[in-house]
Design a protein around this ligand. Structure first.
Ligand SMILES: *[C@@H]1O[C@H](CO)[C@@H](O)[C@H](O)[C@H]1NC(C)=O
Ligand SMILES: *[C@@H]1O[C@H](CO)[C@@H](O)[C@H](O)[C@H]1NC(C)=O
Ligand SMILES: *[C@@H]1O[C@H](CO)[C@@H](O)[C@H](O)[C@H]1NC(C)=O
Ligand SMILES: *[C@@H]1O[C@H](CO)[C@@H](O)[C@H](O)[C@H]1NC(C)=O
Ligand SMILES: *[C@@H]1O[C@H](CO)[C@@H](O)[C@H](O)[C@H]1NC(C)=O
Ligand SMILES: *[C@@H]1O[C@H](CO)[C@@H](O)[C@H](O)[C@H]1NC(C)=O
Ligand SMILES: *[C@@H]1O[C@H](CO)[C@@H](O)[C@H](O)[C@H]1NC(C)=O
Ligand SMILES: *[C@@H]1O[C@H](CO)[C@@H](O)[C@H](O)[C@H]1NC(C)=O
Ligand SMILES: *[C@@H]1O[C@H](CO)[C@@H](O)[C@H](O)[C@H]1NC(C)=O
Ligand SMILES: *[C@@H]1O[C@H](CO)[C@@H](O)[C@H](O)[C@H]1NC(C)=O
Length: 768
C-alpha cells in the first residue's frame, strides 16, 4: 500500500541534512518519488525536461523559456523569460527544439497586443517534483502545473491587484536559432470560445529536427472559473492583434497568428486542458476521462506520483543508503520513461488495432543500452513498442530510426530499429508480435533504398528520413564510397544492422537469408585500413572509394551530417562491430594490442581524453575488456566514467540525455551488467550496492547481491568471485536465459584488489 505524501518535497531546503532524512522517511512509506531530483541534468546541455508528466505520457506540461539566440531543446532553460507553459515536449534531446505546443501564459495588467510574442520574466527559482512544477513570474503570478497522460492542469495564483489574464497563443512553438534549417514552423490554426467559456481548436506546425511536414494537434481547454471576459484575435506578423467579433479565430496561413485572451475576477484560476492528435472532440474526451471537472489540483499530483511509484520506481529496490546514489538511481529511472509516448488509439495516420508509440528521439541513441533496459523493466510496454514499430512499417513502409509528430526522421547512421527488433527477438519477445512482418520490415531496410524525394539540406546525397540511404554502395561494393555522406558511420552501423537480420532470419529458419546477412555483417572490415595510424596504433575504419582508402584524422575527424564520421571519430567507430569482436581484436593486434588501445582510449593526456562520455557512439567501449577476459578493467574504466561524469544536480549529465539514453548507461553501471544489443549476451562488471532487486514482471525477479563492497560502488568494486543462480561462474558474461528469462540471482564477492576471476570462455563473436 502506497502512502503518498505529495506536496511536501518542494519545501525541503536542498542539500540540508534534514533533506536526506525526509527523503528516507517518504521512501520507507513507499514514495520513491522522494528520491527524484527533477532538475538533475537540466543545465549544461543535459536538456532534461522538468515538466510534469506521467510514464510514456503524451502530455509533458512545463515551461518554455526564451533567450534570443539560444535553442531551448526541451523547453526548459536555467535562464530566460517565459514565453508560455505548454503541454508538449521531448525529453533531453539535442539537434533542434521540437513542440512547445498548446500553451497558456498568465499575464497581469493591460494586454494591448496579445499576439506579439509576449514573454514574462521569471521571479525566483522554479520548484518541481514528480508530477508537479511551480514557478513565479515577474508580474507576481504563481504557476503550478500537473499532468495526466493526455491532459494537464494549470493553477494560477494572481496578485490581488491588476487585470488577470490567461493568453492562449496558437502560434507558440519552441523556436530554433541554429540556422540549420530545422527550426519549427507554425502554419495556422483555429480557436473557438464557447458560451460556457471553454475553448477548442487546433494548431498546425511543421519541421523541427526530424523535418516533419505540417501536423495538427487539437486541444480542449476549460477554466474552473467562468471568465469575466474573453476575446479572440488574429494578427498578421508584426501587426497589431485584431479582435475577432465572432468569438473564434481561424487562419491557415503561417503569416497570421491567432489566439485568445481570457480575463478573470478571481486570484486563483484553474485550467484543465486536453490534447488529441485526432480531433477537438477527442481532446475534450481525453480531458473529461482523465481530469474531469472539479478534480482537485493536488489529486492530479498525487495520482501522478502514485503512477510513477507503481509503474516505474518500484521496479528496482536496493540496499543503498547513500542519498545521492538513490537520487541518481530514481532520477535516471524517471528520465528514461518520458518518451516514447504511448499514443495508442491516437494514431492519426491509419486505423489499426495495434498499439502506437511515437516520439522516438532517437534509436541511434537508444539502441546501444536503452531499449534493452526498457525490455527488462517494462516488458508489457516493450512488447507494445515493438508491435507499434512494425505497424509503422506496415502502414508507412519503413521502420523509424527517429520519429516525432508522427513522422519518421531523421536517420543519422544505420537503420537501427533492426538492432532493436533483433534484440527483442533473441530475448524472446513474442506475445502478439507478428515476427514474419517484423522480419519483412527489417528486410525492407536491408534491401530497398528509401527515395530521396525531399533532400536534407545538411546531407543531400540520400534520404535521411528512414531506412538506409547509402544502400546501393553497401549492396554493390560491401562498403560506402564518399558519394554518400557519413559513409564510415553508416558502414559500421549497416554491418551491425545486417547482423540483426542474421539473428532474426536464423530464428525464423530462413537459412539462406541468415548466411547472406551474416556475410554482409562482416563488411565493416572493408573500411579497415591496416596502415592508418594514430598514437602508435595501426588499423582503423576510414573512408574509402573504389581505388582505396582515404586519409583522415583518426582522432579529430568527428563530423556532422555532411562528413564521413558523424559525431564521433574513426578511433571510436573502429570499436563498433562487437558481433565480430574476435576479428576486431585480431585486427587491433590481438589481446595485448587491444588492451593497450582500450587503455589509451581512457588515458588523460594534454589534448584531453579520447573517450567521450557525452555521446552514445562510445557507450560500449569501457566494457570491451571483457572480450579479452579482463573484466576488472571494464569495472575500473566504466566505474571511473560513471562516478566522474554523472552526479546529482543541474549539471549532472555529461551530454544530452537523448531520451534517457545517458541515464540508461548509468543504470546498467549500477546494476553490474551491460547488454550487447542484438545478442543475448550481457557483459558482467560489478554492481554498486550490497543488494539490488529488479522486478521483471510476471512474478520474476533478478536479485543481485554484493558482499564486502562499500554499498556504493566507490571502492572495493573489484569482483573476487561470482555465483549465478547459486553456481560458481567463471565467464565474464551471461545470457538473457541465465538470469532474465525466468529470473535469477547474481552473488558477487567484491574487494579492493582485482583478481583473475574470469577464466572461462570469452563472450561470443558470432561473425568471427
Ligand atoms: C494529495 O496528497 C497530499 C499529501 O498527502 C494531501 O494533503 C492531499 O489532500 C491529497 N490530495 C487529494 C485530493 O487527495
Ligand atoms: C465571451 O465573450 C463574448 C463577447 O464578449 C461574450 O458574448 C460571451 O458571453 C463570452 N463568453 C464567456 C463564457 O464569458
Ligand atoms: C467580476 O467582478 C465585478 C466587480 O467586482 C463584478 O461586477 C462581476 O460580476 C464579476 N464577474 C464575474 C464573472 O464574476
Ligand atoms: C484557407 O482557408 C480558406 C477559407 O476556408 C480557404 O478558402 C483556402 O483554400 C485555404 N487555404 C489553404 C492553403 O488551405
Ligand atoms: C498504452 O495506452 C493504451 C491506451 O491508453 C493502454 O491501453 C495501454 O495499457 C498503455 N500501455 C501501457 C504499457 O501502459
Ligand atoms: C502476420 O501478418 C501477416 C500480414 O501482414 C499475416 O499474413 C500473417 O498471418 C500474420 N501472422 C501472424 C502469426 O499473425
Ligand atoms: C600497407 O602498407 C604496406 C607497406 O607500405 C603495403 O605493402 C600495403 O599494400 C598497404 N596496405 C594497404 C591496404 O594499403
Ligand atoms: C579515390 O580517392 C582518391 C583521393 O583520396 C582519388 O585520388 C581517386 O581518384 C579516387 N578514386 C575514385 C575511383 O574515385
Ligand atoms: C592497461 O591498464 C591497466 C590498468 O592501468 C594496466 O594494469 C595494464 O597493464 C594495462 N595494459 C597494457 C597492455 O598496457
Ligand atoms: C529476491 O528478492 C526478493 C525481494 O527481496 C525476495 O522476495 C526473493 O525471495 C529473492 N529471491 C531469491 C531467489 O533470492
Amino acid at each position: 500500500m502506497l502512502l503518498v505524501v505529495g506536496l511536501l518535497l518542494p519545501f525541503i531546503i536542498h542539500g540540508g541534512a534534514n533533506e536526506a532524512a525526509i527523503k528516507r522517511e517518504l521512501a520507507a512509506d513507499g514514495d520513491l518519488t522522494a528520491y527524484v531530483d527533477i532538475f538533475t541534468g537540466t543545465h549544461s546541455g543535459g536538456n532534461n525536461n522538468p515538466a510534469a508528466a506521467r510514464p510514456f505520457g503524451m502530455v509533458k506540461l512545463g515551461p518554455d523559456l526564451l533567450i534570443q539566440g539560444t535553442d531551448s531543446y526541451s523547453g526548459y532553460l536555467p535562464k530566460g523569460k517565459f514565453s508560455g507553459f505548454s503541454m508538449m515536449h521531448e525529453q533531453g534531446t539535442g539537434g533542434a527544439p521540437k513542440y512547445g505546443t498548446v500553451a497558456q501564459l498568465p499575464l497581469v495588467g493591460e494586454v494591448s497586443n496579445p499576439l506579439s510574442r509576449i514573454t514574462v520574466a521569471r521571479n525566483g527559482n522554479d520548484e518541481a517534483s514528480v508530477g508537479y512544477y511551480k514557478a513565479k513570474t515577474s508580474q507576481g503570478v504563481t504557476v503550478e502545473l500537473s499532468a495526466a497522460n493526455r491532459a494537464g492542469i494549470y493553477r494560477y495564483t494572481f496578485p490581488s491587484s491588476g487585470e488577470r489574464h490567461v493568453l492562449v497563443d496558437i502560434s507558440h512553438i519552441l523556436p530554433s536559432f541554429r540556422g540549420k534549417n530545422f527550426g519549427q514552423g507554425y502554419a495556422g490554426g483555429e480557436i473557438t470560445v464557447f458560451p460556457d467559456g471553454h475553448y477548442e481548436g487546433h494548431g498546425v506546425y511543421n519541421n523541427g529536427w526530424n523535418r516533419s511536414p505540417n501536423w495538427p494537434i487539437y486541444f480542449c481547454g476549460y477554466f474552473e472559473n467562468t471568465p469575466q471576459g474573453n476575446k479572440t484575435y488574429a494578427s498578421s506578423n508584426g501587426d497589431a492583434s485584431i479582435e475577432q467579433a465572432s468569438g473564434s479565430a481561424f487562419s491557415n496561413s503561417s503569416d497570421v497568428r491567432i489566439g485568445a485572451l481570457f480575463t478573470f475576477n478571481e486570484t486563483e484560476v484553474i485550467s484543465r486542458v486536453g490534447i488529441s492528435w485526432l480531433s477537438t472532440t477527442q481532446a475534450c474526451q481525453n480531458l473529461e476521462t482523465e481530469i474531469p471537472r472539479g478534480t482537485e489540483f493536488s489529486q492530479v499530483v498525487n495520482d501522478s506520483k502514485s503512477a510513477w511509484n507503481k509503474e516505474v520506481f518500484s521496479k528496482i529496490t536496493t540496499s543503498a543508503t547513500n542519498v545521492d546514489s538513490l537520487t541518481l538511481l530514481y532520477t535516471s529511472l524517471y528520465y528514461m520513461h518520458l518518451i516514447p509516448t504511448n499514443q495508442t488509439g491516437e494514431n492519426p495516420g491509419w486505423k489499426s488495432e495495434e498499439p502506437y508509440y511515437q516520439d522516438i528521439f532517437t534509436f541511434w541513441d537508444l539502441f546501444r543500452c536503452g531499449t534493452s533496459l526498457m525490455q527488462v523493466l517494462q516488458p508489457v510496454s516493450y512488447e507494445e513498442q515493438i508491435r507499434s514499430l512494425i505497424d509503422i512499417w506496415r502502414n508507412e513502409g519503413y521502420l523509424p530510426d527517429a520519429r516525432s509528430s508522427n513522422y519518421n526522421g531523421r536517420t543519422q547512421g544505420g537503420s537501427n530499429a533492426d538492432n532493436i527488433l533483433a534484440d527483442a527477438y533473441v530475448k524472446g519477445v513474442r506475445g502478439k508480435v507478428n515476427w514474419s512482418d517484423g522480419y519483412a520490415a527489417m528486410v525492407k531496410n536491408a534491401e530497398v533504398q528509401p527515395p530521396n524525394n525531399d533532400p536534407d539540406p545538411l546531407a543531400q546525397d540520400s534520404s535521411t528520413k528512414e531506412g538506409r540511404g547509402a544502400l546501393p554502395d553497401w549492396k554493390q561494393y560491401g562498403f560506402i564510397t564518399p558519394s554518400y555522406t557519413r559513409a564510415v558511420t553508416r558502414a559500421v552501423e549497416y554491418a551491425y544492422n545486417d547482423f540483426g537480420l542474421y539473428q532474426v532470419a536464423s530464428g525464423l529458419g530462413k537459412h539462406d537469408d541468415a548466411s547472406k546477412y551474416l556475410e554482409r555483417s562482416r563488411n565493416w572490415r572493408n573500411h579497415w585500413n591496416p596502415n592508418a595510424t594514430s598514437l602508435g596504433f595501426s588499423g582503423f575504419v576510414v573512408p574509402r572509394n573504389l581505388s582505396g582508402f582515404q586519409s583522415i584524422s583518426i582522432l579529430n575527424a568527428k563530423g556532422y551530417w555532411n562528413d564521413p564520421c558523424y559525431e564521433a571519430s574513426p578511433w571510436a567507430y573502429s570499436f563498433t562491430d562487437v558481433h565480430d569482436a574476435e576479428h576486431m581484436i585480431d585486427l587491433m593486434g590481438g589481446h595485448t594490442g587491444f588492451e593497450k588501445r582500450l587503455n589509451t582510449t581512457f588515458e588523460k593526456s594534454a589534448s584531453g581524453t579520447i573517450f567521450d562520455p557525452s555521446n552514445e557512439p562510445m557507450f560500449t567501449i569501457p566494457y570491451l575488456y571483457n572480450y579479452i577476459n579482463r573484466p576488472e578493467l571494464s569495472v575500473l574504466q566504466s566505474r571511473t566514467v560513471a562516478k566522474s561524469q554523472y552526479s546529482v544536480g543541474v549539471d549532472g549529465l555529461p551530454g544530452n540525455s537523448d531520451a534517457g539514453a545517458m541515464q540508461t548507461w548509468l543504470l546498467w553501471n549500477m546494476i553490474g551488467l551491460y547488454p550487447v544489443t542484438g545478442q543475448t549476451t550481457f557483459i558482467i562488471h560489478s554492481p554498486w550496492f550490497d543488494s539490488l532487486v529488479i522486478d521483471l514482471g510476471a512474478g520474476k525477479t533478478l536479485n543481485i547481491t554484493a558482499k564486502n563492497g562499500d554499498n556504493n560502488g566507490d571502492s572495493k568494486f573489484y569482483v573476487q568471485s561470482l555465483k549465478v543462480n547459486g553456481v560458481t561462474w567463471t565467464k565474464s558474461w551471461l545470457t538473457w536465459d541465465d538470469v532474465f528469462a525466468k529470473g535469477g540471482t547474481l552473488e558477487f564477492e567484491l574487494g579492493s584488489e582485482p583478481v583473475q576471476w574470469a577464466t572461462g570462455v570469452l563472450p561470443p563473436s558470432p561473425a568471427s
